[in-house]
Design a protein around this ligand. Structure first.
Ligand SMILES: Cc1ncc(COP(=O)(O)O)c(C=O)c1O
Length: 304
């Protein structure tokens, strides 16, 4: 790739032409929300597939609504712009796409009433985000933000300071990733991932009311577990200690994909190796991301 193209101020332009004011509200106060989307490269079929563009852009527009960031595009326009951007960049590899809707206005007041609303989209190649095949995690002493504090469900940029503090703490303590508890002590999610456990053959994951981001990978995993493996999936609060006796624990997320967790707070999960259910869900997940399963072809947008 000789030159990187991005979508900025309504046009696809070379990235080097883009600049954002140092006085803008996005730079000073993080007044923005974003999405993280993947497009998967299928080497065999020589095709790039956008994964669940519709759901990601629906979520972006919901976040924008909650945060008064009014961008003038529909879900289908955003999907078309993204496909065009991927083509302009000529990607022939798996890619991460980052749409960012933000307040571009200047001035000292951190107000969402600023009407300088903007959208940018950039993308970059991304394989295995963490470079790991399994993770050892620990609970952070930082609490997850509550929905009526700074709603995690809006993917607000400013909320990722909460994630960054959690990751910093546990990485410095020698673990691979952090886990948040809610303010009443239930398992919440990772800094950028949802969490699942397998308990007595059922798949269990915290409910939206436990201040999680309602992940699109989470929803995909729930669908696959029910439809393809006939599993019972339960959305309920998980007390911290229950995680220690789970048969399997794993993360789901766009960047992290499906990631087995083999240790929580220095306690071995299950056999200490990636579990069967997680492994099967992960391979099915990768199959559907490249359009190999006709039942889920609707999740994939061919780019070329
Ligand atoms: C806080 C948080 N939780 C969960 C997720 C997983 O969501 P998704 O599967 O839609 O990427 C993400 C990633 O976007 C996230 O940032």
């Amino acid at each position: 790739m000789d030159e990187s193209y991005v979508f900025f101020n309504g046009k696809i332009v070379p990235e080097k032409e883009v600049s954002i004011s140092i006085r803008s509200k996005v730079v000073n106060y993080g007044l923005a929300c974003f999405e993280g989307i993947r497009a998967y490269w299928d080497e065999e079929g020589q095709q790039l597939y956008g994964f669940r563009f519709k759901e990601h852009y629906e979520r972006l527009l919901q976040s924008c609504k909650a945060l008064y960031i009014d961008i003038p595009y529909t879900v289908s326009e955003l999907s078309d712009i993204t496909a065009e951007l991927l083509r302009r960049n000529g990607f022939r590899t798996t890619v991460y796409i980052r749409p960012l809707a933000y307040k571009g206005g200047e001035g000292l007041n951190p107000t969402l009433l600023d009407d300088d609303n903007r959208l940018l989209i950039y993308c970059q190649p991304l394989g295995n985000f963490s470079g790991k095949q399994e993770m050892r995690v620990a609970f952070t002493s930082w609490q997850r933000l509550r929905d009526n504090m700074l709603p995690p469900r809006t993917k607000a940029s400013a909320a990722y300071l909460n994630s960054a503090l959690a990751s910093l703490e546990v990485l410095r303590n020698g673990f691979d990733e952090a886990l948040f508890l809610t303010d009443n002590g239930n398992v919440c999610e990772g800094p950028g991932e949802n969490i699942f456990m397998v308990k007595k053959g059922k798949l269990v994951t915290p409910p939206p009311s436990d201040n999680i981001l309602e992940g699109i990978t989470r929803e995909t995993i729930i669908t696959l577990a029910k439809e393809e493996f006939g599993m019972e999936v339960v959305e309920r609060s998980i007390p911290r200690n229950e995680l220690f006796s789970a048969q399997e624990v794993f993360f789901s997320g766009t960047a992290m994909e499906v990631m087995p967790i083999v240790e929580v707070d220095r306690r071995t999960v299950g056999t200490g190796r990636p579990g069967d259910i997680c492994t099967k869900l992960k391979s099915l997940f990768f199959e559907i991301t490249v359009g190999k399963n006709p039942k889920y072809a609707g999740f994939c947008t061919p780019v070329y």
